[in-house]
Design a protein around this ligand. Structure first.
Ligand SMILES: N[C@@H](CCC(=O)N[C@@H](CS)C(=O)NCC(=O)O)C(=O)O
Length: 375
C-alpha cells in the first residue's frame, strides 16, 4: 500500500500499545513513527494541541488521537474481528475490564516502571532515548516518574498494588489456560484495555515482566498473542474466532471480576462523587474543556482507599468517556435484558461501575476532552 496508516507512538507507551495491538489483530497496514519525526510537530501537534501519543494519521490525512477513538475509527469502517461483543453482558463486562486495564491499572504500571528504577535504569533509559532522543529522555523520564503520587502510588499503597498485580496474574493465568482471549476466540475491548499496562510496562519492563513470566506463563503468552498479527492461537486448535455464544461468561473469568470489584471500589465511587461536586460547584456549559490546558488530564483530588488503605488520588474525567459506553450498551438492550444484565452485574459487585446519567459526561470535540451536558 502506497500510504499506510501512520501510528505515532513508542514501544514503551501504554496507550500506543493498545492501538498497536488492535492494528495488528486486524492486520491493518501501518507504520509506527516516533514523535521526533518532523511530521509530528508539523502536522500532528497543531491538531492535537498537545504532545500526546498514540496518534493515528490516516492515508486521507484524518488525525485521530486516543487509543479508544483509534479503535472506534476502524470499528465504524468494519474490521476482521470486531472488538465489541454484540450481547449486552459480555459487552458491558468488556468495557468494565477496559476501564480497569487502561485506568485503574495505571498505578500498577507506573509503580513497577518507576519504583524499581535502580534495577531497570538501563532498559528505561534506552527506551526513552530511542523514542524521544537522548537529550529529551531524562526530562521525560523525570516527568513520568513524578506522576506517581497523583496516581496513589505511596509507601503505604505499594504492598497492596503488588499483591493486586499478583492476584490479577493468578486469576488470568487460570483463565488463559482454557481460552485464548477473555470472552472467547477473539480479543474484546476488554482485552485491549488490559493489554495497555500488561504489554508496555508489566510485560516488558524487566522487574514486572520477570514476575509475569515466572508466575503466570499463560498471561505472558496472551500478551504475545495480543501483540502478534491476526489471531495467534496455536494452543487452541479448532477453538473458533467468535466470542462465546449466548452472552456466556466463562466460569474462569469470575475470579477476575471479584478482583476488579475489590480493586476499583470504593475508589471509583469516590471519584464520581468528587466529579459530581465539581460539576455542582462550577456548572460548566456543554462543550467547555474539562481542564484549562489541553495537556491537563486531572481535574481534582479524591480522598479514598485502595484495598482498605487510605490514599488521595487525582481524578481523570476520561473515566466517564469509557464507562458511559457501558450505560449506552445497557440502554440499547430490551427491558428484559437490562434487568438480567443488572442482576448479573450486581451478583459480581460491579453494578456501581456504570456511572448512569449524572447530568454530565465527557466528550471529545476538536481533539479535546470537553464536558458534555446532554447526558
Ligand atoms: N486517553 C489517551 C491517553 C494517552 C496517554 O496518556 N498517552 C501518554 C503516553 S502512554 C502520553 O502521551 N503522555 C504524555 C505526557 O503525559 O506528557 C489515549 O487513550 O490515547
Amino acid at each position: 500500500m502506497a500510504h499506510p496508516y501512520r501510528l505515532y507512538g513508542v514501544p514503551h507507551s501504554l496507550f500506543t500499545g493498545i492501538a498497536r495491538s488492535y492494528l495488528r489483530t486486524q492486520s491493518l497496514p501501518y507504520i509506527e513513527v516516533p514523535t521526533r519525526d518532523p511530521a509530528y510537530a508539523a502536522r500532528i501537534m497543531p491538531v492535537t494541541q498537545r504532545a500526546i501519543i498514540p496518534v493515528l494519521e490516516a492515508p486521507d490525512g484524518e488525525i485521530v488521537q486516543d487509543s479508544l477513538d483509534i479503535i472506534d475509527h476502524f470499528e465504524s469502517q468494519g474490521v476482521a474481528y470486531s472488538a465489541y461483543p454484540e450481547s449486552p453482558l459480555q459487552r458491558i463486562l468488556a468495557i468494565i475490564i477496559q476501564y480497569y486495564g487502561c485506568q485503574a491499572m495505571l498505578p500498577h504500571a507506573m509503580h513497577y516502571r518507576w519504583s524499581y528504577r535502580d534495577r531497570q535504569e538501563a532498559f528505561l533509559g534506552d527506551a526513552f532515548a530511542s523514542g524521544s532522543g537522548a537529550d529529551m529522555a531524562g526530562k521525560i523520564m523525570g516527568r513520568m516518574n513524578s506522576y506517581l503520587p497523583q496516581l496513589g502510588v505511596t509507601e503505604q499503597t505499594i504492598p497492596a498494588i503488588e499483591r493486586s498485580f499478583e492476584d490479577l496474574l493468578d486469576a488470568l493465568n487460570t483463565h488463559f489456560a482454557d481460552h485464548p482471549y477473555l470472552f472467547g476466540g477473539r480479543p474484546s475491548i476488554g482485552d485491549f484495555g488490559l493489554i495497555g499496562p500488561m504489554f508496555a510496562h508489566l510485560g516488558r519492563d524487566p522487574v514486572p515482566a520477570g514476575i509475569m513470566k515466572t508466575r503466570a506463563p499463560k498471561v505472558f503468552r496472551w500478551v504475545e498473542r495480543m501483540m502478534a498479527p491476526g489471531l495467534d492461537t496455536p494452543e487452541f486448535p479448532g477453538y473458533g474466532t467468535d466470542f462465546l455464544p449466548d452472552d456466556q461468561i466463562p466460569e474462569t473469568l469470575e475470579p477476575l471480576f471479584q478482583h476488579i470489584a475489590s480493586d476499583i471500589f470504593p475508589m471509583l465511587t469516590d471519584k464520581l462523587a468528587a466529579l459530581d461536586a465539581l460539576i455542582a460547584e462550577h456548572n460548566p456549559p456543554d462543550g467547555q474543556p474539562v481542564a484549562p490546558k489541553p495537556h491537563q488530564r486531572y481535574v481534582g483530588l479524591a480522598k479514598t482507599q485502595f484495598r482498605g488503605i487510605p490514599v488521595q488520588v487525582g481524578i481523570q474525567p476520561y473515566m466517564l468517556y469509557i464507562l458511559r459506553r457501558a450505560d449506552e450498551a445497557l440502554a440499547e438492550s430490551s427491558e428484559e435484558q437490562q434487568a438480567r444484565v443488572r442482576s448479573e452485574l450486581s451478583a459480581r459487585g460491579l453494578d456501581a461501575a456504570l456511572p448512569g446519567n449524572r447530568g454530565y459526561s465527557v466528550d471529545r470535540r476538536n481533539q479535546i476532552e470537553v464536558w458534555s451536558r446532554s447526558s
